[in-house]
Design a protein around this ligand. Structure first.
Ligand SMILES: Nc1ncnc2c1ncn2[C@@H]1O[C@H](COP(=O)(O)OP(=O)(O)OP(=O)(O)O)[C@@H](O)[C@H]1O
Ligand SMILES: [Mg+2]
Ligand SMILES: [Mg+2]
Length: 523
């Protein structure tokens, strides 16, 4: 670390109005019933860092009990029959990367039909994680549910769980509640069923087989997006093990789709499809996408779009007996849905007077290479290209240090001067310099001491110093200060040149950064 201390500039924390310890204490539930009260109560359902560590050490991983447990919670909140979920016509998506993007495409396509009067008449969308506010994980007709609606259903679920806390249900301990993301999944079923949603798109949280979303046993269709390495602790370290989990969302009697995968993953998907009697369709990039303006214009996104088209066609066939896919050309609704999709924090460009921000939430080795290539291509198209700056973080994943090689080399190799990023900033995911986290970003799952000492960021700095000894490396306590620092670099640019900044590595980082860049807390 001494080496880093010599090479990297490490900014001290600003005098703050919060203590780090206070951020991580589970709050007792307040008596109020506002959106903020709901988020506080939700935050109390996070598994604390110490418990996660203990489980890790004991080798405890999710298993079939976790799905049975979700069914138990569903029963406690009033949905005792697995058939209750059939009304939602669920489109279920798993994958290592591209899940959210695929779901957003399906949502956008279906919304063109909904706006024409349907079917579907109401579309639900559950995605994770959130970018700017928790409520954005649960959408109806493409909009995050309002704070009022969120709070209403949040506490309805809460009250039902408490009222039925002692009702014996298999695999659920009396008096318990599901943890954070599982609570939101549970709540989403209640929201969508109560609001009369008739097509719901579900992104899995982690894996598939044992994921909280896998309580659906008759999806309208299942889709598996690009597989790669992530969540190694829960899913396994090799792509075949990971594929096994993701294949768990394929259901006998429901159509299933995937796109081209690396052979080890493809083999497992095909074998599990055979075992389940599922006709799994492996899709080449859809030729009907030719001429459709998919953003970013990259192969991975065309794969996501291909999967989304197949899923949307299957859903529309189920919902509307008169809908007939046209193998020659995509209907206008599909083209508009694909071209006009809004999926924030992924390959976004925001231009200021002196800085062009490139914002992408990639956080695996493969997706970071994609993000780097996208950044390079964007920069290459501009005549006012100035210094390239990186703002990076990934909290809580020890393997994240290996994300940096691809990022560094992709940008360096594309730069005719061989320079790549001139300044590299590693910051924590703490949003603001003096007030700490926005409530929606409080995370008990990380080691508070690591954030306080910026341990992870210093490890990144050390790694980057080895990858590129000529880069100026900085370790900075908050996103706000990281952005300020990048802006200040613009002062030394030549006239007409703009700093080209890439913010990536974590969706939490990206969400916090967008909030600051847009000077808004709102969605
Ligand atoms: N098919 C893909 N292959 C590789 N990288 C992808 C693919 N689709 C998207 N990405 C990259 O991954 C980032 C995240 O995309 P997206 O939100 O769709 O993935 P996700 O599977 O929902 O990820 P998460 O694990 O965060 O839920 C994108 O910004 C892009 O850089
Ligand atoms: Mg993920
Ligand atoms: Mg996602």
């Amino acid at each position: 670390m001494n080496h880093v201390l010599r090479q990297a500039v490490i900014l001290p924390r600003s005098p703050s109005k919060f203590t780090f310890a206070s951020l991580f204490i589970n709050r007792n539930m307040t008596t109020g019933r506002s959106y903020n009260d709901a988020i506080d109560a939700l935050n109390s359902l996070q598994t604390p860092f110490a418990v996660i560590e203990a489980r890790r050490k004991a080798g405890i991983r999710p298993d079939a009990d976790s799905v049975r447990e979700m069914r138990g919670y569903l029963a406690r909140i009033g949905y005792a029959s697995p058939r209750d979920l059939d009304a939602l016509n669920i489109i279920h998506v798993a994958g290592t990367k591209g899940k959210g993007s695929t779901c957003a495409f399906v949502d956008s396509i279906l919304s063109r039909y909904q706006r024409k009067g349907g079917p579907p008449s109401k579309i639900g969308l559950l995605t994770s994680p959130h970018l700017i506010a928790v409520r954005e994980r649960i959408r109806i007709n493409s909009s995050p549910i309002s704070e009022e609606i969120f709070a209403k259903y949040f506490f309805e679920v809460w009250d039902r769980l408490e009222a039925n806390a002692s009702v014996a249900v298999e695999d659920v301990q009396p008096g318990t509640k599901p943890i954070y993301s599982r609570y939101l999944t549970l709540m989403s079923y209640h929201v969508f069923l109560s609001e009369g949603v008739d097509a719901a798109i579900y992104e899995t949280g982690i894996g598939g087989e044992y994921d909280a979303t896998n309580v659906v046993d008759r999806p309208v269709a299942s889709g598996i997006s690009t597989l790669g390495i992530d969540h190694v602790y829960v899913l396994g370290a090799t792509v075949d093990k990971i594929a096994w989990h993701k294949a768990g969302i394929m259901k006998t009697g429901s159509p299933a789709f995937t796109i081209e995968q690396v052979p080890a993953a493809a083999d497992v998907l095909k074998q599990r499809a055979v075992d389940k009697g599922v006709d799994l369709k492996v899709l080449d990039v859809d030729p009907r996408l030719k001429g459709v303006k998919i953003r970013p214009d990259a192969l991975f996104q065309r794969k996501n779009a291909t999967l989304a088209v197949a899923l949307a066609e299957t859903a529309l066939k189920k919902l509307d007996a008169t809908f007939k896919p046209n193998p020659e050309a995509l209907p206008q609704e599909f083209i508009e849905g694909l071209e006009q999709v809004v999926w924030r924090g992924r390959c976004e460009v925001k231009e200021e007077d002196n800085v062009i921000w490139h914002v992408d939430g990639a956080h695996t080795v493969d997706s970071l290479k994609m993000a780097a290539r996208w950044f390079v291509n964007e920069c290459a198209e501009r005549s006012n290209q100035g210094t390239q700056v990186l703002i990076f973080n990934q909290q809580g994943r020890t393997e994240a240090v290996d994300f940096l090689d691809g990022l560094c080399n992709t940008v360096k190799n594309a730069d005719p001067s061989g320079q790549g990023f001139k300044t590299v900033i590693f910051c924590t995911n703490v949003t603001y310099a003096t007030t700490g986290y926005k409530r929606d970003f409080i995370n008990h799952q990380y080691n508070p001491a690591d954030i306080e000492k910026m341990t992870q960021q210093k490890i990144f700095a050390e790694k980057w110093a080895a990858l590129d000894p000529s880069a100026k490396i900085m370790v900075i306590p908050s996103i706000e200060e990281a952005i300020k620092t990048a802006r200040s670099l613009a002062d030394s640019e030549g006239s007409g040149k703009k700093v080209q900044a890439l913010i990536t590595g974590s969706l939490h980082l990206v969400g916090g950064a967008l909030g600051i860049l847009e000077k808004a807390d709102a969605l």
